[in-house]
Design a protein around this ligand. Sequence first.
Ligand code: CU
Length: 335
Amino acid sequence: MPSNFILPKGDLLSRRQLLKFGLAGAGVIGGTALWQTLTSGQPRVQVPPIDVPRNDNTINPMLRVRDFDYGTVKHEGGRTIREFRLTAGTSTIQLNTAVSYNIWDLNGRIPGPTLRAKQGERIRVLFLNQAGHSHSLHFHGVHPAEMDGVRPVSNGKATIYEFDAEPYGVHLYHCHIEPVTRHIAKGLYGMFIIDPPHARPPADEIVLIMAGYDVNEDNRNEYYAFNGLPHYYMDNPIRIYKDQLVRLYVLNIIEFDPAVTFHLHANFFDVYRYGMTMSPSEKSDVITMGVAERHILEFAFRYPGKYMFHPHQDAVAENGCMGQFEVIPTNAKTT
Ligand SMILES: [Cu+2]
């Protein structure tokens, strides 16, 4: 279970949450087993075994699906400080068997780490630039101008960004050095989740970040990807359990295209726009997302099998922004 935030006991046991799991009264797993799952503390949510295929790339999107960086917690002056360390560097990834691409990475990754904090905490980001060019980290959120991350940090230099985690929601961070399109598209971006004061119900939480690659620098994307590599989750589906609530954190950071949609096959999802509400605003199977838009989408699958997800701009999908969930029967759960 990725979350390290402990939920209040009462929150764990509400009927609404049992219903959200699709388990109350359904008898998919017995009531006793359910009770134990939710009260024993661990695990609250079960996640299918992760098969991490070997590849020749320096990055592996399968490791990024449920990977949250909670930083290091410190206590100073009665406040909780959550400290993150991000280092910009350079690396080369293989977009397919024929095309390699030089990127700027954060902590050796593209996308950068999914940073996660709780509303009201103090965030401290130690940023070291070793990427051979001036960069910065601009966080979406509410903060003073001097923490807005638009000033260049020279190669070899470091800076500290410090601000309060507010408001709760699904946010992002990215380099803000011109041309910003290029600095983002070459890899300097990541998701920044601020959890609400009262935690959301337990769910299998998954991060999907849509991005594009303009490899010939004609200001059009030749390739697209979820979590860094084109077509990766088509070849390596993300396994989820049947009838278990999935909470997707989805971000569109595709430069050069004004907007794309996110479409899920054979299901409908509840939309929590920007992750800034505790109740869904709508239900859909497709949602339009401009650049930097991000949402929480929640669903559970009723039937086992493989189901695609992709933008419904099919050229974007066909050039790499494609993936699938593999829904595993609940009785295959390990206890
Ligand atoms: Cu930059």
